[in-house]
Each structure stands twice: as structure tokens, then as C-alpha cells.
Design a protein around this ligand. Structure first.
Ligand code: NAD
Length: 330
């Protein structure tokens, strides 16, 4: 029996969370789900979007499946997602993306895994107003954080038989901050001579990813570029409805889709649950349940190939029906 914290989130969150929970339960893997709140629901009940109880609960179980949470833009509380990554030191954001059958996209040979540093860079939220017309944000990069994300990427590459790591940066302009990230990653790369290392300036990398995605294998990126390129790579393989992710630290792991809470689709039974379901397969692998993860993966491919999908991929199904189809294909 595994104990897992489930955060239903808001917007489309509760619907995709329920779909993912049902699919995982249908594999027969015994999971005791412990629900926890965050975001607007927590704000109402606890006066904070990220209650200590929620963080403590994830520390206890060590594993959470988290649906998306809305972050107010330009005002209001800070991102719960960023807060959770900081509180639990979830320094490694793993985002795999691969071509799947039946998905209407131009490329069918994409298989890229993104390793995004998850704790610093412009995301550290060090911002201030100099005067009412001038704002400043600090881009903070440390050798220690760059080393550990690089090590996570190279260890993964070695374990999974991946051939190449591409380090993305803008060290030609941000010579100190991005230069440090690049140098720190190269230092780690030296310990993995069997894996090819290349680096790429992030704007050129975007263009080449769109023109020749099959060239890329593992991408190693600082926080902000990692965030942006995750969505770009999701677009190469069918969009946000199919893009899973994991936030990994030493003591805890939080699994969540790349997509957000898509508020305009909330409560409509429209959103594609596959991204969170595939995030749950990453969770099952983390728990050592490889067979169940592989079965869900195959069932998802079967449904996609049959056109049993939601609106975003041109299919006729709602969120709950797509979960039903995946369960039937298991
Ligand atoms: P979003 O990912 O929520 O939605 C962008 C668009 O992508 C949607 O309008 C929809 O067309 C499509 N989309 C997203 N998920 C989909 C799904 N499962 N099925 C089908 N189509 C889907 O991005 P946004 O609109 O920029 O952000 C909305 C809110 O989500 C914001 O408050 C943002 O801060 C938050 N957010 C949260 C997380 C998280 O919880 N990890 C991540 C990203 C954004």
C-alpha cells in the first residue's frame, strides 16, 4: 500500500484529478489517497493559499499528485506551485515529451526529456520597484543548484540509455548568470564522458527544436527557459493536454501536468485528463510500480490511436469519458 497526497487544485483541476485517480486505481495498485488543499480553496479555509498542513502532509507521504492551481496575475498571492517547490526543495523539474500515435502534429519522431532547474533564476521572485515607473527582477543562479540539476539530468541519461544532453543558455548576453549555469553543467558533464554534451543559445535552440526536434534527446535548462521550452516541446507532440511533469527533491516528489488550471474550461467536463494521467505514470514509476505505469502508457496510446480523445485533439470525449476509455483499454 502506497500513501499519496492528492491535491485537486482548482479550475479544471478537480476534474482531471478525479480522472487520474480513477485510472491509477483501475491498475490495481493499492494507493491510499490523502486529499490536501492549496490555492483558492485553502485561501478560504486557512487564510493562506499554501497551508503548512499541506506541506507537512506531503513531507509525511513523500509523494503527491497535484492538479493545477490558479495564480492571480500581477497581484494577489504568490504562486502556490513555486511556493511548494521552494518549501520542499523540489529542485528538479522533469518533463518528458514524446510523439504518440494518432495525434495530428507535423512530427512523429519526437522523444525529448527536459530537466529544468526549479528553485532559482528569475523565478526566485526577487523583485522590487525602484520608483513607480521602474521595476527590477533579480536573476539568481548558483553553482550548487546548477550542479545538482545537471547531475540529475546526466544520471537520468546514464540510467535510461540516453545519448545526448543539450545545455540551453544565453551566456553570450548574461555572461555571469547564464555563464555560471553553463560552466557548472559542463563540470558535471565531464564525469559522464559516454554521454555527448552540446550547448545551445536558447533562442536558436527554440528555432531548431521547431525545425528538427528529432535532433534532441535530453535538454538541461535553467528555470525560466525550462518553463518556456516545456510548452514549446508540448506543442510539438500534441499540446498541453498530453504533457506530464514531475518535481523531484531529496525527500519529496510532486507530480503534475505542465498545463495550468485553464479556468475557462472549469466544470465543463472538457479538459484532456491525459497530461495528469501521464504524470501519474511518472509517479507510479517513482513508487516502483513500473508494470502499472507501462500499462497506462499503452492504454493512453491505444485510445489516442483510436481517436478516443477530448476536444483539443479533435476527439468527441469529455474528461470523464476519456478516463473511462483509458480504463477500458487497460
Ligand atoms: P493553461 O495551461 O491553464 O491554459 C492555456 C490553454 O491551454 C487553455 O486555455 C486550453 O486551451 C489549453 N489547455 C490547458 N490544459 C488543457 C487540458 N488539460 N486539456 C485541453 N486543453 C488544455 O495556462 P494559462 O491560461 O496561462 O494559466 C491559467 C492558470 O493556471 C494561471 O493562473 C496560471 O498561473 C496557472 N498555472 C498553474 C500551473 C500549475 O498549477 N502547475 C501551471 C501553469 C499555469
Amino acid at each position: 500500500m502506497h500513501r499519496v497526497t492528492l491535491i485537486p487544485g482548482d479550475g479544471i483541476g478537480p476534474e482531471v484529478a478525479e480522472a487520474a485517480r480513477r485510472v491509477v486505481d483501475a491498475t490495481g495498485v493499492k494507493i491510499e489517497w490523502e486529499e490536501a488543499v492549496a490555492g483558492e480553496a485553502a485561501m478560504a479555509a486557512y487564510g493562506t493559499p499554501l497551508p503548512d498542513e499541506t506541506v507537512e502532509q506531503i513531507r509525511r507521504t513523500g509523494v503527491a499528485l497535484k492538479a493545477p492551481i490558479t495564480t492571480p496575475v500581477g497581484e494577489g498571492f504568490r504562486s502556490v506551485n513555486v511556493g511548494l517547490r521552494k518549501a520542499l526543495d523540489l529542485y528538479c523539474n522533469l518533463r518528458p515529451t514524446r510523439s504518440r500515435p494518432g495525434v495530428p502534429v507535423p512530427y512523429h519522431n519526437v522523444d525529448i526529456v527536459i530537466f529544468r532547474e526549479n528553485t532559482e533564476d528569475l523565478y526566485a521572485g526577487i523583485e522590487r520597484m525602484i520608483d513607480e515607473n521602474t521595476a527590477e527582477a533579480v536573476k539568481r543562479i548558483t553553482r550548487q543548484a546548477s550542479h545538482r540539476i545537471a547531475r540529475a539530468a546526466y544520471e537520468y541519461a546514464r540510467k535510461e540509455g540516453r545519448k545526448k544532453v543539450t545545455i540551453g543558455h544565453k551566456a553570450n548576453i548574461m555572461k555571469l548568470a547564464d555563464g555560471l549555469f553553463l560552466n557548472a553543467c559542463r563540470e558535471v558533464a565531464e564525469e559522464y564522458p559516454e554521454i555527448e554534451t552540446e550547448d545551445a543559445i536558447v533562442d536558436a535552440l527554440c528555432m531548431r527544436l521547431v525545425m528538427r526536434p528529432s535532433h534532441y534527446d535530453v535538454l538541461l535548462l535553467p528555470n525560466l527557459y525550462g518553463d518556456i521550452l516545456s510548452d514549446l516541446c508540448a506543442g510539438l507532440t500534441g499540446g498541453l493536454g498530453l504533457a506530464p511533469g514531475a518535481n523531484l527533491g531529496e525527500g519529496a516528489a510532486v507530480f503534475e501536468a505542465v498545463h495550468g488550471s485553464a479556468p475557462k474550461y472549469a466544470g465543463l467536463n472538457k479538459a484532456n485528463p491525459t497530461a495528469l494521467i501521464l504524470s501519474a505514470t511518472l509517479m507510479l514509476r517513482h513508487l516502483g510500480e513500473h508494470e502499472a505505469a507501462a500499462r497506462i502508457d499503452r492504454a493512453v496510446d491505444t485510445c489516442l490511436a483510436r481517436g478516443q480523445t477530448t476536444y483539443d485533439l479533435g476527439g468527441p470525449l469529455g474528461t470523464a469519458e476519456m478516463a473511462d476509455a483509458i480504463i477500458a483499454a487497460l
